[in-house]
Design a protein around this ligand. Sequence first.
Ligand SMILES: NC(=O)c1ccc[n+]([C@@H]2O[C@H](COP(=O)([O-])OP(=O)(O)OC[C@H]3O[C@@H](n4cnc5c(N)ncnc54)[C@H](OP(=O)(O)O)[C@@H]3O)[C@@H](O)[C@H]2O)c1
Length: 239
Amino acid sequence: MQIENSVALVTGANRGIGRAFAEELLRRGAHTVYAAARRPETVDLPGVIPLQLDVTDPAQVAAAAEAASDTTLLVNNAGISTYAKLVTGDLTDIRREMDTNYYGSLAMVRAFAPHLARNGGGAVLNVLSVMAWLGYEHSNGYGASKAALWALTNGIRVELIEQGTQVTGLLLASTDTDMMAGIDVAKNRPEDVARVALDGVAAGALEVLADEISVGLKASLAQNPAVLYPQAVGVRPPA
Ligand SMILES: NC(=O)c1ccc[n+]([C@@H]2O[C@H](COP(=O)([O-])OP(=O)(O)OC[C@H]3O[C@@H](n4cnc5c(N)ncnc54)[C@H](OP(=O)(O)O)[C@@H]3O)[C@@H](O)[C@H]2O)c1
């Protein structure tokens, strides 16, 4: 996938990793960068074309697909994290995560796939998360939505082969954006994530592991789950 002269659309491009994607696409000579956002007036990057888009709104998805029908690279970046727990968390939050992270990305793929086909195949980049691969004390509603998005990524990769569309999944751990504000852990820089991800897209990578944590977690999937969840081995009723 050639980034130079591509026509890219980034969802959630007004801030965080999405903004970094839009900036890096411009830097690499994309012909057009559609910066899609729920509030396009908050898009502050010179050189992009702001586009109204809430990925959970079917009418807005259809309108965006019509307005940006020349797209050759779709970056499904928009996402939310509510920190809802699966067993005791608010089901509304868990559904919102699935609606945005999974169904929102699916809606975008379904709306843009015919355009990508007409425009020569192009590429889709889906922004996943290592939480797709890891149960944790919190964030498991989010993790389930990203695991669904991982399956979606692998599924559409196969379904879109015939029309020549490349599909890349991006896995990353903590990155310094509003989503992780106030959480005191080591974080990637959004611009590094965007750079590594677009290097992968340009090289035809099916999957990009943006950091060491992602590499380690991917490797752990091949092992007994006891390696990731030692605390759950031999669990007994409380005394
Ligand atoms: N930061 C991390 O540590 C991390 C780690 C792994 C994966 N990720 C993933 O990276 C992606 C970007 O996250 P971020 O860290 O940049 O988070 P962020 O700073 O919170 O930005 C999230 C972006 O998604 C947009 N968005 C949310 N719901 C939307 C909807 N229904 N329709 C359209 N746009 C919507 C937001 O728009 P508004 O401004 O309108 O809210 C915002 O532009 C997400 O998919 C996230 O899950 C992040």
